[in-house]
Design a protein around this ligand. Structure first.
Ligand SMILES: Nc1ncnc2c1ncn2[C@@H]1O[C@H](COP(=O)(O)OP(=O)(O)OP(=O)(O)O)[C@@H](O)[C@H]1O
Ligand SMILES: CC(C)(CO)[C@@H](O)C(=O)NCCC(=O)O
Length: 307
């Protein structure tokens, strides 16, 4: 990728020098939490990349709060505590949810007095019933498969300081929205919103998801590598979650492995890669920060928007 002119680009070595890593070492409990959701995460990445990122986020949050206070004083209004929203975008299988959960653990560790919550925009996909009605079953993940108005309404309610906001839940297991199940967002200090569409501009809305995000991160990698990660994850799931008879992909777990792998390749090429090239990658240069990964999920470069 040639670097866009409005970003500062840093090698991993440069980036890791930006924060004093000795300030608050991770506790065994935080390390345990990190390993619990993905035991393949490199603790070296956490030290070298994520801890400086948390320091940068602390600056961002402090400045945001100060501006909110100053502006409320100028307008002679009472100051409200408005949630700070971090958006995380990127391809299917690039590692957005892993990065989002890692940030959640680290922010909880470093910002002990703050409530941190996390949602994924998968919950705003239309249900399969609705997708079928619209002829969109093979377009899951594409912009038109999301209830973007619903997502924007949700973000607006969170930003407005509503004490409890419901976010619908998507299940990869049943391959559908789960009726009557919700995540509850209870006026957090920081909300992490992870999803392929967090930097997209919906065509039929006046406002965008990015109007509500205060800091956005795009997780980036070469598409051939992402395909490998997608197929690796699929193979792992064939041995685990797909073995459950109620899983959408159960027939593939019990059948011929070559058929299952051919299905995974077809889903990647016809749906997820297409979506990446047409709709996700073009949003990369809207992010405040681009985290670039290489072989083995190793982070090698970071780009930070200058203006
Ligand atoms: N830092 C990492 N180290 C090792 N493996 C990782 C890392 N990040 C992600 N992975 C692996 O890569 C695969 C994709 O990661 P993840 O599920 O987080 O992606 P995603 O972008 O959230 O995907 P989706 O959009 O499909 O939910 C998973 O198998 C995950 O275990
Ligand atoms: C839920 C999304 C769209 C985004 O995370 C993705 O993981 C997905 O399921 N894509 C569609 C691939 C398929 O139809 O099997």
């Amino acid at each position: 990728m040639s670097d866009p002119i409005n970003y500062n680009a840093f090698s991993r070595d440069e980036w890791q020098g930006f924060a004093d890593r000795a300030t608050l070492p991770l506790t065994p409990e935080s390390l345990r939490q990190i390993k619990a959701f993905n035991d393949r995460i490199s603790l070296q990445d956490v030290q070298d990349v994520y801890i400086p990122l948390v320091h940068l986020l602390r600056l961002q949050v402090q400045h945001y709060r100060q501006l909110q206070r100053d502006q409320a004083a100028f307008l002679q209004q009472p100051a409200h505590r408005i949630p700070f929203i971090i958006g995380i975008a990127g391809s299917v299988a690039v590692g957005k949810s892993t990065a989002a959960r890692l940030l959640e653990v680290l922010l909880n560790h470093y910002f002990t007095d703050q409530r941190i919550q996390l949602i994924t925009t998968d919950g705003f996909l239309y249900s399969n019933e609705e997708l079928k009605k619209r002829g969109l079953m093979s377009r899951k993940g594409f912009p038109e498969s999301y209830d973007m108005a619903g997502l924007i309404h949700f973000l607006n309610a969170v930003k407005s300081g509503a004490p409890l906001v419901k976010s619908p839940v998507y299940s990869h297991k049943v391959y559908d929205i789960v009726p009557d199940q919700f995540d509850y967002i209870e006026h957090p200090d920081i909300l992490i919103v992870e999803g392929i569409n967090t930097l997209q501009l919906p065509t039929n809305e006046q406002i965008y998801v990015s109007d509500f995000t205060d800091f956005s991160i795009y997780v980036d990698a070469d598409s051939d590598l992402i395909e490998d990660w997608f197929l690796e994850r699929f193979q792992l799931l064939l041995e685990t979650a797909f073995q459950d008879p109620s899983n959408y992909y159960y027939p593939y777990a019990t059948g011929d492995r070559d058929v299952a792998l051919a299905k995974a390749r077809q889903v990647w090429h016809d749906i997820d890669l297409k979506n990446l090239e047409e709709y996700i990658l073009p949003t990369r240069n809207r992010a405040d920060m681009i985290i670039h990964k290489t072989v083995g999920h190793r982070i090698d470069r970071l780009l930070l928007r200058k203006y």
